[in-house]
Design a protein around this ligand. Sequence first.
Ligand code: HEC
Length: 95
Amino acid sequence: MIAALALAAPAAADPPPLYKAKCELCHSIGGAGGLKKDLGGPLDGVGSKRDEAWLRAYFADPKSKIDGAKMPKLPLSAAEWDEMVAFMLTLKAAP
Ligand code: HEC
């Protein structure tokens, strides 16, 4: 999976296609994002702020982790969530 991710995301500046298709609308990375990027906000550094278990629980049911969460439960496959969790964990805060 790490190898697959490396192929899909050669650099942090070039997020995987799945992120662009399903997530970028409401989020930004490095200031670049979609039409509603201020709704979900920047994901820069989220891989330092959250761990894998938190991310998986949040994606399965956002309200279980954040009261009144506005991020919808998205219909991704298990493999797609694996890819997105792995990608989130590459977004480390700048040292
Ligand atoms: C319809 C808008 C929307 C879409 C699409 C969306 N999000 Fe979100 N996301 C949000 C909002 C709003 C929040 C802020 C917390 C909350 O209200 O749930 C959030 C929060 C997050 C967080 C927590 C950030 C933190 O600082 O803790 C992560 C991680 C995240 N989103 C990842 C994703 C990923 C990965 C995708 C695509 C699979 C995605 N989001 C798609 C709206 C969205």
